[in-house]
Every structure is written in structure tokens, then in C-alpha cells.
Design a protein around this ligand. Structure first.
Ligand code: ADP
Ligand code: MG
Length: 260
């Protein structure tokens, strides 16, 4: 299984929207996909239409060692896309894990128990912080995808994230690599958006995906219907961008068979 963390310690930059829609696009191409919701807000779980009642076991139980990922995962309305749901208890996990063994490796340990072939890829939707939940994801992941909002302070937060990645690489997970940076919420009528996109490309070069996700109201409406935008409105500019982004992503990933 390929493990991809979708992380950025800033809130509201498009992590969850990116995770949901890329997961859907990958499932549509035939991959068996798991989306792991690691944000206590549970936006990915709600956005995929998984009710609170259906979150009997969650990422919290997995991190506490009280459930396996296979047992906690639930199907979604999207064929081949399963969800490891999040519940509010997860907000206590950062503190509770401090007292537990292998507190930084609890998610990686849980993934090690998943039978090969159960899923082809897992996308981990991280919370907006660099706390233990994100650290667990970065240690469980081989690849990191960073959504970056086209706004003035975008690059400032990024250097802090990259420092954390560097520290995790040195101490715990030398294989962690940056799969790519995805520019989100691009507003073509706003010259600042353009300037930020140019600066990010000048600074980070080919790590930045060609595809830029535009600001698109359909992307923000879809979660209230419990559906990925790709299913809510496949033709909107946001969905089209995520289809292109998924294509770029797949070109950067090992083939499904190799990864199994
Ligand atoms: P994060 O997970 O990083 O906090 P979200 O994906 O939840 O960010 O996005 C924050 C808010 O912005 C949500 O309400 C979401 O629906 C909306 N949103 C995300 N991407 C776009 C976009 N490209 N265009 C318009 N709204 C967006
Ligand atoms: Mg989120």
C-alpha cells in the first residue's frame, strides 16, 4: 500500500477538499483507496457523508490500540473508497498518546497490521497543526502532499512544515519524500493569487504540481451534501482541476502493482 500524508499546519488551505477529491479520482480509476481522517473536526468524514452514527470505531480507537484499521474502516458512497472516520475524541489523542508507548509510531504500527492488497493507497487527511497526529501521519507515510493556498503568507508556513519533515526524516523516517505541492483556491481575477503562484514556483520549482485548483464555489458546496465535488458536479472547474491533479499525482507514484 502507498501511504500519502496530506498535510499543512495551516487551517483552511484545502487539505480536506484535496484529500476527498483525489481519493475519489483514484478510486474512479480502479484503485482501492482508504482515506484516513486524522482531524478531530472530522471534515473528511462528514464531507463523505459518513454520519456520526456510522463512526462506531474511528481513527481515535486505532491510535489508542483499541481497534485495527481494517475493523474501523467503513465503506463510502464512492465505490472502492473506504474511510477511516474521525470523531471528536481524537482531540484528546494528542495528549493521551504522550503517555503511551511508541507515541510517534502508533499509526505506522497500525498500518503494519493491514493485510497486503486490502487497499492500494491511503491518503491521510491531517489536522491543522504539527502535533502528534500529524507527526504520526508523517512517520506512517512514504509521501507527503502539501496543499498551499494562493495567499500572501503561504510560503511562510511552508518553511516550518519543511523543517518538521526534515527532522522526521533524520530521526524516524528517511524514506519520507515530498510528492508535490498543490496550489489551491487560485483566484484568477486576483493579482496577488498570480503573484503567489509565481513566487511558489520560482522558489520550489518542479515540486509544485502544474495543476492549480481554482477557487470554485461548487467545491465548497459539495461537503454539505456529503459528496465529493467530483460526484456532486463533475463538470465544475474545481472537479476538472482535481481530475488533472490526480493524473499528475499518479504519474509521480509507483504503479499500483508495484506498491501492493
Ligand atoms: P483544510 O482541510 O486545510 O482546513 P478545507 O479543504 O476544509 O481546508 O477547505 C477550507 C474551506 O474552503 C472549506 O469550507 C472548503 O469547502 C473550502 N474550499 C476548499 N477548497 C476550495 C476551493 N478551491 N474553492 C472554494 N472553496 C474551497
Ligand atoms: Mg481539514
Amino acid at each position: 500500500m502507498i501511504h500519502v500524508a496530506v498535510a499543512n499546519q495551516k487551517g483552511g488551505v484545502g487539505k480536506t477538499t484535496t484529500a476527498i477529491n483525489l481519493a475519489t479520482a483514484l478510486a474512479a480509476t480502479g484503485w482501492k483507496v482508504l482515506l484516513a481522517d486524522l482531524d478531530p473536526q472530522g471534515n473528511a468524514s462528514t464531507g463523505l457523508g459518513v454520519s456520526h452514527a456510522a463512526r462506531e470505531r474511528s481513527s481515535y480507537d486505532v491510535l489508542m490500540g483499541e481497534a485495527s484499521i481494517v475493523d474501523a474502516a467503513v465503506p463510502t458512497r464512492v465505490p472502492r473508497l473506504d474511510l477511516l472516520p474521525a470523531v471528536q475524541d481524537l482531540s484528546g489523542a494528542e495528549v493521551e498518546m504522550v503517555g503511551l508507548d511508541r507515541r510517534t509510531h502508533r499509526l505506522a504500527d497500525a498500518f503494519a497490521q493491514v493485510p497486503p492488497g486490502r487497499w492500494d493507497i491511503c491518503l491521510m487527511d491531517c489536522p491543522p497543526s504539527l502535533g502528534l497526529l500529524t507527526v504520526n501521519s508523517l512517520i506512517a507515510a512514504r509521501h507527503l502532499l502539501v496543499p498551499l493556498q494562493c495567499e500572501f503568507f503561504a510560503l511562510e508556513g511552508l518553511s516550518q512544515l519543511l523543517q518538521t519533515v526534515e527532522r522526521i526524516r533524520t530521526r524516524f523516517n528517511p524514506d519520507l519524500s515530498i510528492l508535490g505541492i498543490a496550489l489551491t483556491m487560485f483566484d484568477r481575477r486576483n493579482s496577488l493569487s498570480k503573484q503567489v503562484a509565481e513566487d511558489v514556483r520560482a522558489c520550489l520549482g518542479p515540486t509544485v504540481f502544474e495543476t492549480v485548483v481554482p477557487r470554485n464555489v461548487r467545491l465548497s458546496e459539495a461537503p454539505s451534501h456529503g459528496l465529493p465535488a467530483l460526484i456532486y458536479d463533475l463538470r465544475c472547474s474545481g472537479s476538472e482541476a482535481y481530475v488533472r491533479l490526480a493524473r499528475e499525482l499518479m504519474a509521480r507514484l509507483p504503479q499500483r502493482a508495484e506498491a501492493a
